[in-house]
Ligand binder design. Structure first.
Ligand code: ADP
Length: 190
């Protein structure tokens, strides 16, 4: 089972992904986590992307596609992949389809968490103090939301056209959202 958790920043993708790792033995592939790990390690890649991420802009397709490609083998040994924060552009989505096809795999389901912009701004105002993430400051967050609306949201018709898109109300409690995602996953495996 290969799942894309789709939605704006702070929609709750990471929270739901972590739960699925526990319950379904899937592997979470979060490009945001991978990039933050690169920054923390002080690697050349980390230094290259640090400023871009702080500003809330997207890093290049090339970089994130390579990060994902390196991790695909381990997802096959487990219960599949949960793509979290990837793909974020049409080029990334197409590259992902190609990489999976080369391995005889595919995306089975895309779950879109729907949360309106105002609720996101409120969530992030609360999270900034705790997360310590420089890109959670209100100015960077606005840029992230703008990038989502301009570059990522246009992927919805791409996946809808493939018949893989399921929408879930992301405004509910963590458990309610989790139950909706489980229902969608069970619908595919059934
Ligand atoms: P969130 O979902 O809360 O916005 P992420 O942890 O997914 O946060 O991403 C944090 C930042 O990392 C993004 O704002 C962007 O700069 C960079 N990033 C993560 N994934 C990608 C991607 N697939 N393409 C381009 N940039 C990315």
């Amino acid at each position: 089972m290969n799942l894309i958790l789709f939605g704006p920043p702070a929609a709750g993708k990471g929270t739901q992904a972590k739960r699925l790792v526990e319950s379904r033995r899937m592997v979470q592939l979060s490009t945001g986590d991978m990039l933050r790990a690169a920054i923390a390690s002080g690697s050349e890649l980390g230094q290259k992307v640090d400023g871009i991420i702080k500003r809330g802009e997207l890093v290049s397709d090339e970089i994130v596609i390579e990060l994902i490609e390196q991790r695909l083998p381990e997802t096959e040994a487990a219960g599949g992949a949960i793509f979290d924060g990837f793909p974020r552009t049409l080029a990334q989505a197409q590259a992902l389809d190609e990489m999976l096809a080369q391995r005889g795999k595919k995306i089975d389901l895309v779950v879109r968490l729907k949360v309106d912009d105002e609720a996101l701004m409120q969530r992030i105002a609360g999270r900034f103090a705790e997360s310590g993430r420089p890109d959670d400051n209100p100015d960077s967050f606005k840029v992230r939301l703008g990038a989502y609306n301009a570059q990522t949201k246009p992927l919805l018709p791409y996946y809808e056209g493939q018949g893989k898109l399921v929408e879930v109300d992301g405004m509910g409690s963590i458990d309610t959202v989790a139950a909706a995602i489980d229902g969608a996953l069970d619908g595919v495996t059934a």
